[in-house]
Design a protein around this ligand. Structure first.
Ligand SMILES: *Cc1c(COP(=O)(O)O)cnc(C)c1O
Length: 371
């Protein structure tokens, strides 16, 4: 029995750059500076340049970037924030954490991202912001959402946790006026060796607030202007991320090559739907996510497991079905259907293409057996 193919294997990347990582980490240890030093500063500068954005602020996690980004935009108690229900818990959690109410709009069936058409009818006088999620690495429809936000006087904060490096309309995601939240959780496309995050923004004011809030609202020693957080990216993680940033375009291209092979093998297999890319460069395949039709998803997943192939359901419960959040006024049929049908397959930049064939063979076998 061949070994089981995992969802993700970081070892190839660590092995390939081990000496570089070790040298960079040693430098930080010898410097004795662990919080807000030269590595974080350099990483922020390099990220701002890479993403084409005025400000990049290193934070302790993607969730902190969402929370601090929302507060920077002035979102607080009594406000409504329209977002996608088909996302990781943290998107809704962050909105709730600042005292606002998440209002869930439905998703586009082809990209799984927030649908601008379903946002519009949910806007009320209390709506303050829109939070689109670039889910699985596919850029949300920023053009339509930005137009809507502008027309209705709303702020927009991108949840870009899964999509570092994705490009839409010839610009990187993460460069919208309000801001964007990135996560460097180890499994993300750009991942640290621990937790980390980044807030980007074009606004000097949002950037200033974010820098205050990440360090206890401290203006200078013992002068505090707001209740903030302990939410800084640390020097060790920044040193690692600086090395990885230099390779992110190649790694995303490798992910896209893996995805292209999956799609070539699977797009004509009946009973499943392969992911689409709306325009070239919009998808950086944080996940390669199929739809499995006719209620056969769970059976297929079980058969894959027996065949030595790991797969994961991101996400089995949309946020509007979690009792911590409100159900909202409308029905969300596309989010509910996605939760029943999606199945994510193993993907990482160095995933061997013979393994991709093994996964595809197992899917074909599994679908035949589940018929
Ligand atoms: C990972 C993730 C987050 C949270 O990032 P952390 O760094 O784990 O706090 C937020 N939103 C989405 C969509 C994510 O995938």
């Amino acid at each position: 029995m061949p070994t089981t193919i995992p969802m993700l294997d970081l070892s190839a990347q660590i092995d390939a750059h081990f000496d570089e990582f070790q040298a960079a980490l040693s430098n930080v240890l010898r410097s004795g500076r662990f919080i807000l030093g030269p590595e974080v500063e350099a990483f922020e500068r390099e990220c701002a340049e890479y993403l084409g954005v005025a400000h990049a602020i290193g934070l302790a996690s993607g969730t902190d970037a969402l929370v601090i980004g929302l507060r920077g935009l002035g979102v607080g108690p009594g406000d409504e924030v329209i977002t996608s229900p088909f996302t990781f818990f943290a998107t809704g959690e962050a909105i709730r954490s600042v005292g606002a109410t998440p209002i869930f709009a439905d998703i586009e069936p082809d990209t799984f991202c927030l649908s601008a058409a379903s946002v519009e009818p949910l806007i009320t006088p209390r709506t303050r912001a829109i939070v689109p999620v670039h889910l699985f690495g596919h850029a949300a429809d920023l053009a339509a959402l930005e137009r809507l936000a502008q027309a209705r006087g709303l702020a927009m904060l991108e949840d870009a946790a899964q999509a570092f490096g994705s490009v839409t309309r010839a610009r990187k995601i993460g460069a919208s006026a309000g801001g964007a939240a990135f996560s460097f959780f180890p499994s993300k496309n750009l991942g640290a060796f621990g937790d980390g995050g980044l807030l980007t923004t074009q606004s000097d004011e949002v950037a200033k607030t974010a820098r205050l809030l990440r360090a206890h609202g401290q203006v200078d020693r013992y002068r505090h202007a707001a209740l903030g957080y302990t939410a800084r990216l640390d020097e060790l993680q920044a040193a690692v991320l600086r090395i990885k940033l230099r390779h992110i375009d190649r790694w995303n291209a490798q992910r896209r090559a893996v995805a292209a092979l999956y799609t070539e093998r699977l797009s004509r297999v009946s009973g499943i739907v392969t992911p689409i890319e709306r325009a070239a460069g919009e998808h950086v395949y944080h996940q390669y996510t199929l739809r499995v039709l006719d209620d056969r998803r769970d059976a297929l997943q079980k058969s894959l497991q027996e065949d030595g192939v790991t797969s994961v359901v991101y996400y089995p419960v949309p946020l509007h079905q979690i009792p911590l959040f409100e159900k909202g006024p409308g029905k969300l049929p596309e989010a509910d259907r996605a939760a029943r049908e999606v199945l994510s397959l193993p993907i990482w930049p160095e995933l061997d293409h013979t393994h991709v064939h093994r996964v595809c063979d197992a899917i074909e076998r599994g679908l035949k057996a589940a018929r």
